[in-house]
Design a protein around this ligand. Structure first.
Ligand code: NAD
Length: 357
């Protein structure tokens, strides 16, 4: 089992170190190799995704990724910005399905911005298509300035597009995920306005016929946004396009209280995947030793389950995280009155200790 470890920038290095600590105590035959990505790679090699890093990722069963980015790179030409590394990895590894579970741990129910009864027991899975939609439409590459701006232009536009195979494969992923859960899929679209999403809706419906045990419903994205904050527990699996998924998964993340708790996985058709916390590099707290490492540790658990076929080890990590929360330890982002505030390293140590018990 080969894992490419790409810590990246900001808190990326701090949180990935804790996840590695946790993986190491499992005593499984991993081979881990670390490489630079994002701003760190730009500083060392002049590119956020050097050829050597990409090759390592492609040759591995899974990539454990921290986060990339810093405001100091905002003035760089777009192709050299740290965030381009993620797009490059997605594209070159063919990662098309992004899994973002939003689980509200009972111990953190008060950290949510919604009323406890709305989020207690919340367990939804947002599946976002990653390779199509308006983010990869035609005008890409036709930019008239490499810095991404349009001096003197009167208009700008992007084209929304999806192909049948792209929709079919993400629909299969969603129905298969639902089969292992509560057997409900909500497909989110904007078919009332956009042709692309009428096409999406028709194809998802067609694929749904192959999964008679799964209940499929369709929802417009504006209503889905509303339902997510009104009655989030009505959802089981939500499947949607690249842009709507980008927005809805962040909204769903906040239902659970802290972005520091949420893992994610991006998979290709061979189950090779990139695993990363849902948050960014948090430059505001980088180097302070206070970042929450649990999203990254839980991403490592997803990696064990989806790409490395080690479901039992994944269950053990998730149970250990729950035990640590039961014991009242909290990083600053999830701290509340009556709990014990700890730093990044102490939180990682606590998960290691809970695993050993
Ligand atoms: P962010 O997710 O980095 O931070 C948002 C807020 O959440 C900050 O206040 C931060 O301190 C807090 N936060 C995030 N993760 C935390 C954790 N583990 N523990 C405690 N608090 C945490 O988003 P941002 O500030 O908008 O972006 C910062 C940089 O990250 C930018 O350069 C952005 O482009 C980049 N970014 C990278 C990724 C990625 O690598 N996948 C994703 C999003 C943003």
């Amino acid at each position: 089992m080969k894992i490419a470890v790409l810590p990246g920038d900001g808190i990326g290095t701090e949180i990935v170190a804790e996840a590695i600590k946790v993986l190491k105590v499992l005593d499984l035959p991993f081979e881990m190799e670390t490489a630079l990505v994002g701003g760190a790679a730009y500083e060392a090699h002049g590119h956020p995704l050097p050829e050597s890093t990409l090759k390592l990722a492609q040759a591995s069963d899974a990539v454990l990724f921290g986060a990339v980015g810093d405001w100091k790179y905002d003035t760089l030409d777009r192709p050299l910005r740290p965030e381009q590394a993620i797009l490059g990895l997605r594209k070159n590894m063919g990662l098309f399905a992004n899994f973002r579970p939003a689980i509200c741990y009972k111990q953190l129910v008060d950290a949510s911005s919604l009323k406890p009864e709305l989020v207690a027991g919340l367990d939804i899975l947002i599946i976002r298509e990653l390779t199509g939609d308006i983010y990869f439409g035609q005008p890409r590459g036709r930019r008239i300035a490499t810095d991404g701006h349009f001096p003197g232009a009167e208009e700008a536009f992007d084209t929304m597009r999806y192909s049948r195979p792209e929709i079919e494969r993400i629909a299969h992923v969603a129905f298969q995920a639902a089969m292992k859960r509560d057997k409900r899929v909500t497909s989110v679209d904007k078919a009332n306005v956009l042709e692309t999403f009428q096409f999406w809706k028709d194809i998802v419906t067609e694929i749904g016929l192959q999964y008679p045990e799964v209940t499929l419903d369709h929802m417009y994205v504006d209503n889905a946004a509303m339902q997510l904050v009104r009655a989030p527990k009505r959802f089981d699996v939500v499947v949607t396009g690249n842009m709507f998924g980008d927005i809805l998964s962040d909204a769903a993340a906040m239902l659970t209280g802290s972005i520091g708790m949420l893992p994610s996985a991006s998979l290709n058709s061979k189950n090779q995947g990139l695993y990363e916390p849902s948050h960014g590099s948090a430059p505001d707290i980088a180097g302070k030793g206070i970042a929450n490492p649990l999203a990254t540790i839980l991403s490592a658990a997803m990696m064990l389950r989806f790409s490395l076929n080690q479901a039992a080890a994944a269950d053990r990590i998730e149970a250990a995280v729950s035990k640590v929360l039961d014991s009242g330890l909290r990083t600053t982002d999830i701290w509340s009155e009556g709990t014990t505030r700890v730093g990044t390293v102490e939180m990682g140590d606590a998960v290691v200790a809970a695993l050993a018990k």
